[in-house]
Design a binder for this molecule. Structure first.
Ligand SMILES: [Zn+2]
Ligand SMILES: [Zn+2]
Length: 353
């Protein structure tokens, strides 16, 4: 398995972002990403997918969309759609019909910013997901860079502080979203977690001050989705695209907050009597399974089974747990950065059956 770093969920001037696809590709190359997935609101921008190059470096730019019912009051239920290869925004008024439509088109659907609170100081409303009776979606956006910002800006002054010191924003996925994910997993569902930036490259003006806040490059250094594909990217767009979407659909990925330190190199694997498994895979519990997590740098590792922490190891590079009971096992890693403990890695589960 080969690890690639993907930043997903971002907006261009085709919706409410302020950059172009080319700006995004250049920023992605500067930050060393392997691929980006652009998701403008309610429009599938055609003809811009492919490899973009600067000198010897390249990035694969893919295009999906973020769909919601624009007539709904209040605005809720944003869905990220990848690989449907046709515009499905006409199905937006019925979340279940939309999810079904994505599946029929061979695409992937992820509930965007499941919990996204209001930020009244900036006139931003709560745009959480509300249609929790839906089924058949691929997964959820566990960590969204912009929802998290909304949790830390009670006043305009806070907004100004974070505009200049955005490195202080990132803390962890919103806890309600983490709890919701565990509940869905305990309920027997396969629910893939991804991390999205929701990058817009917004402009901000306060009196004489004017700047682009949270430029694409900043987002690309923060919450990324690290994806495991069977072989390195080849440069052939259709086959590389297929490898990435197959891996995301299967949950062969983890969410990494790469700002404190790169999360590249994290592994979570299972070894049973007769087979092995990685994140997103299933393995029989019978006879015992050795679960192993490896980190690129020492940090606090937590093993979670069915939503409950069953082990915690401080300042460790690796951790081994012998599991004998069926359940959904996942790993969280936390580390100290800028004066507080922050989430660093959130693995997808390994399913012991
Ligand atoms: Zn959204
Ligand atoms: Zn968005």
């Amino acid at each position: 398995m080969h690890e690639i770093v993907v930043n997903l969920h971002m907006h261009t001037c085709y919706s409410d972002g302020n950059g172009t696809h080319k700006d995004i590709a250049q920023a992605a190359i500067k930050t060393g990403l392997d691929a980006v997935i652009v998701t403008d609101h309610n429009v599938l921008v055609q003809g811009l997918e492919g490899y973009y190059r600067v000198g010897p470096n390249r990035v694969l730019l893919l295009v999906g969309q973020e769909i919601h019912d624009q007539d709904r009051v209040p605005q809720k239920n944003h869905l990220l759609v990848f690989n449907a290869n046709r515009d499905l925004a006409t199905l937006a008024d019925d979340p279940q019909a939309l999810i079904n439509g994505v599946a029929e088109a061979g695409g992937l659907s992820f509930i965007a910013h499941p919990r996204d609170p209001e930020a009244p100081a900036f006139g931003e409303t709560d745009i959480s997901w509300e249609a929790w009776d839906v089924h058949g979606f691929t997964g959820i956006e566990l960590w969204n860079g912009l929802s998290e910002l909304k949790t830390v800006v009670p006043t305009k002054l806070h907004g100004a502080f974070y505009a200049y010191f955005p490195q202080f924003i990132g803390h962890s996925p919103i806890l309600e979203t983490l709890t919701r994910w565990d509940e869905l997993l305990i309920g027997g569902g396969r629910v893939v977690a991804i991390g999205g930036s929701d990058a817009h490259a917004m402009h901000m003006s306060m009196g004489p001050l004017h700047r682009i806040i949270f430029p694409y490059q900043f987002h690309f250094r923060t919450v990324n989705t690290h994806v495991f594909i069977p072989q390195p990217l080849t440069g052939d767009v259709p086959s590389d695209k297929k490898m990435i979407y197959d891996a995301l659909a299967a949950g062969k990925c983890f969410v990494g907050y790469d700002l404190p330190a790169s999360t590249r190199g994290f592994r979570f694997t299972a070894r049973g009597r007769e087979q092995t498994a990685i994140m997103g895979e299933e393995i029989p519990a019978k006879g015992g399974v050795t679960l192993q997590a490896h980190l690129p740098k020492p940090a606090e590792i937590r093993m979670i089974k069915d939503g409950k922490t069953i082990g915690k190891w401080k300042e460790s590079y690796a951790y081994t747990h012998i599991a004998t009971e069926p359940g959904v096992y996942r790993v969280e890693v936390w580390r100290n950065y800028l004066g507080r403990k922050r989430g660093w890695i959130f693995s997808n589960p390994i399913y012991l059956r």
